[in-house]
Design a protein around this ligand. Structure first.
Ligand code: GAR
Length: 198
């Protein structure tokens, strides 16, 4: 069977990238290879994680490519060279240019640290999601893996799992509880897609 080619987009620490690397290496995601990592930030630790595993890694930043079209072309050029079967936004905190979504429609997924459709959209990313969940007095939160469409966090849901919000939680403790679930459902979702490819 042909290798399932995965491109990963990141912005920061890259713990979700790491859980994909681990799942590919230990066979939970079968017949696959991470063919490249693109970061929206030059200083992302995720780039270091990629290099440690000899995965080609590049940064395409707003500073280097101030014009959105140039940034889009740079991302597309790298992705097109990687021939991905699946593009995973794993803690990618920029909005993916529409042309990329159009070209790879149905082959891009995102992990979001909340129970979509709640707490999704352009202002909800990273720690802000957990701040908003706590401010709203929610009793539960969770993580969602979904397909990416032209909207922000609006595409079809693939997997979702809940965690409780506990008395005394702050954004950091909630973030950690949700992150554990992210690291579980992201490789599961990728494995499901890989299995269903034919
Ligand atoms: C994760 O919690 C991910 O769900 C979130 O950023 C964090 C990145 O952590 N993504 C979003 O908020 C997207 N809207 P990581 O760099 O350790 O994977």
């Amino acid at each position: 069977m042909e290798t399932f080619r995965i491109s990963v987009l990141v912005s920061g620490n890259g713990s979700n990238l790491q859980c994909i690397i681990d799942a590919v290496e230990d066979g939970r995601i079968a017949n696959s290879k991470i063919v490249g990592v693109i970061s929206s930030s030059e200083n992302a630790y995720a780039l270091e994680r990629a290099r440690q595993h000899e995965i080609p890694a590049a940064a395409v930043t707003k500073y280097e490519y101030a014009d959105m079209r140039d940034r889009m072309d740079a991302i597309l050029k790298i992705l097109d060279g990687e021939h991905p079967d699946l593009i995973v936004l794993a803690g990618y905190l920029s909005i993916l240019p529409a042309k990329v979504v159009e070209k790879y429609r149905g082959r891009i997924i995102n992990i979001h640290p909340a129970l979509l459709p709640k707490f999704g959209g352009k202002d909800f990313y990273g720690i802000h999601v957990h701040e908003a969940v706590l401010a709203a007095g929610e009793k539960e939160s969770g993580a969602t893996v979904h397909y990416v469409d032209e909207g922000v966090d609006t595409g079809k849901i693939i997997l979702q799992e809940k965690v409780p919000v506990l008395p005394g939680d702050d954004p950091q403790t909630l973030r950690e509880r949700v992150l554990e679930i992210e690291h579980k459902i992201l490789p599961e979702a990728i494995a499901m897609i890989e299995k269903a490819r034919h």
